[in-house]
Design a protein around this ligand. Structure first.
Ligand code: IPD
Length: 261
């Protein structure tokens, strides 16, 4: 894919942050066997990755705004554009030595995501998209799955943890969705869940309680791969509500009906 200058900046930044995280991940894997808690180490790895991304993205585009998981939001001199960044999506996986986590970078222009990168360093998978230009995984074009029979579909979600108030809703969703499909996965990295819908690996995804940085890049990648993305509340706003549904076009309505109850 011949990406824009901005997309190339994003890809380079994601690779550099990915290298730093991969080095730290090897250390976390070593720490698993010891009694030491790797928690502090992981938050340092997260903060270091965000610093790399900030340096690369803001040096290249100093007028853009900034929104990221580990720092305060900033409005740029150009208020129409901002980076939306999650340096480490799938933090709990990282902490437990599970090789399923990623770097997520989106560029927003006038309230719309126009460029997106989700990078999984463990598998060296770079998912990218630009508005109107399609979605790509490394050198190959991405396309959502063509499955339309619910019973053949695999869905992904996130299950609220640590006493979050939205657990009952998610369990009710599960009770409606599980009996009629081929399975529900909870792999713990929302940005990768969305990238996998775009790649046709999952047929759909839903989750509540998300942040903009978890999903900003992934939602463009799904749309550009031919999928649909909507807020769970039809009148809501997908980026700000944090409660969303994504699926291939052929089965979106049936799936969304189940999620919305
Ligand atoms: C989390 C992951 C997880 C989702 C949580 C997110 P983080 O992001 O995306 O899959 O279920 O809601 O907060 O904290 O690892 O960046």
């Amino acid at each position: 894919m011949q990406g824009s200058a901005n997309l190339n900046i994003m890809i380079k930044a994601a690779r550099r942050a990915g290298r730093s995280l991969s080095k730290d991940f090897r250390e976390v894997e070593n720490l698993q066997a010891t009694a030491k808690s790797p928690g502090d180490f992981v938050s340092k790895a997260d903060i270091a990755a965000e610093a790399i991304l900030r340096e690369d993205l803001m040096e290249a585009r100093p007028n853009y705004g900034w929104m990221a998981e580990e720092s305060d939001e900033e409005v740029g001199k150009d208020p129409t554009r901002r980076w939306i960044v999650d340096p480490l999506d799938g933090t709990t996986n990282f902490l437990h030595g599970l090789p399923h986590w990623g770097v997520s970078i989106a560029l927003e222009f006038k309230g719309e995501i126009v460029s997106a990168v989700v990078y999984d360093p463990s598998k060296d998978e770079m998912f990218v998209a630009e508005k109107g230009q399609g979605a790509w995984l490394n050198e190959g074009r991405l396309r959502v799955s063509g499955r339309t029979k619910m019973i053949e579909c695999i869905f992904a979600t996130g299950v609220p943890f640590g006493g979050r108030a939205d657990l009952p809703e998610t369990l009710q969703d599960m009770a409606r969705i599980l009996p009629g499909c081929a399975g529900v996965r909870r792999w713990g990295a929302a940005a990768l869940d969305l990238a996998y819908v775009a790649a046709g690996r999952y047929d759909g995804y839903w989750e509540r309680g998300l942040h903009a940085w978890d999903i900003a890049a992934g939602l463009l990648i799904v749309r550009e791969a031919g999928g649909l993305v909507e807020p769970i509340d039809r009148k809501g706003d997908v980026l700000n509500d944090g409660a969303m549904i994504a699926a291939n076009g052929g089965m979106f309505d049936a799936f969304a009906k189940l999620v919305r109850g």
